[in-house]
Design a protein around this ligand. Structure first.
Ligand SMILES: N[C@@H](CCC(=O)N[C@@H](CS)C(=O)NCC(=O)O)C(=O)O
Length: 211
């Protein structure tokens, strides 16, 4: 399998964490996503993935899978141990709902293409874009914290076993800290992230800091 990826990408980090938990190796194909060197919007990569986004997984059957949750669930079905979705039906739906709250309601509002387009709006400067990012992360993480608070019973989002909820939460929390948001304002998230930092599959696969 081949993974189109980028080291700073939060969405790629989710897939790398899942691969590490499964102990599965893939060939990594780096795609630049920032600035003048960005390859993700160039014709060559758009022919591979018309969405122009990373991650994208090319399976051994040469099927391209886009969208990190679809990729993580594909890996989970293909390599069932350890499972990344809880055994209980409601917990499975809950775990996916946390993953989607992060992917769809937070991360989708703040990737480079959004910042690039915002920057073209008259009156919008770097500070305005940074403020936009902090706003959506703060609002989204506050909602995720409230959701987690209603159901938390163990060290992680669902009990003590890593699930897709943790796999999506961890990179977003690292990103939040990097732009100056204090995780302590979300006590459950802060506590879960400190537990996840002790698990090598998470600690070794956080998104890299932007240079
Ligand atoms: N919903 C997608 C999001 C993918 C995404 O936005 N990836 C970012 C990197 S974290 C990207 O490729 N951005 C390029 C851009 O915004 O131009 C997923 O979960 O895979």
């Amino acid at each position: 399998m081949k993974l189109y990826e980028n080291e700073i990408s939060s969405a790629t980090s989710r897939v790398r964490i899942a691969l590490a938990l499964k102990g599965v190796a893939v060939e990594k194909l780096p795609i630049a996503i920032l600035g003048a060197e960005a390859e993700n919007r160039q014709a060559g990569y758009l022919r591979v993935n018309p969405l122009g986004l990373v991650p994208a997984l090319l399976t051994d059957e040469r099927v391209l899978i886009t969208q990190s949750l679809a990729i993580v669930e594909y890996l989970d079905e293909r390599y069932p141990e350890p499972p990344l979705l809880p055994g209980n039906l409601e917990d499975r739906a809950y775990s996916r709902s946390i993953a989607l709250a992060i992917a769809s309601e937070i991360h989708a509002l703040i990737p480079p293409r959004i910042a690039a387009h915002l920057s073209t709006i008259p009156g919008m400067d770097r500070n305005g874009v940074a403020d936009w990012n902090r706003h959506w992360i703060r609002e989204g993480m506050t909602a995720v914290e409230a959701l987690i608070t209603t159901r938390r019973t163990g060290a992680l989002v669902v009990g003590d076993t890593p699930s897709v909820a943790d796999i999506f939460l961890f990179p977003q929390a690292i990103g939040a800290q990097r732009i100056g948001l204090d995780l302590d304002q979300w006590p459950n998230i802060a506590d879960i992230v400190s537990s996840l930092r002790t698990i090598p599959a998470f600690a070794d696969n956080a998104p890299a800091a932007r240079k």
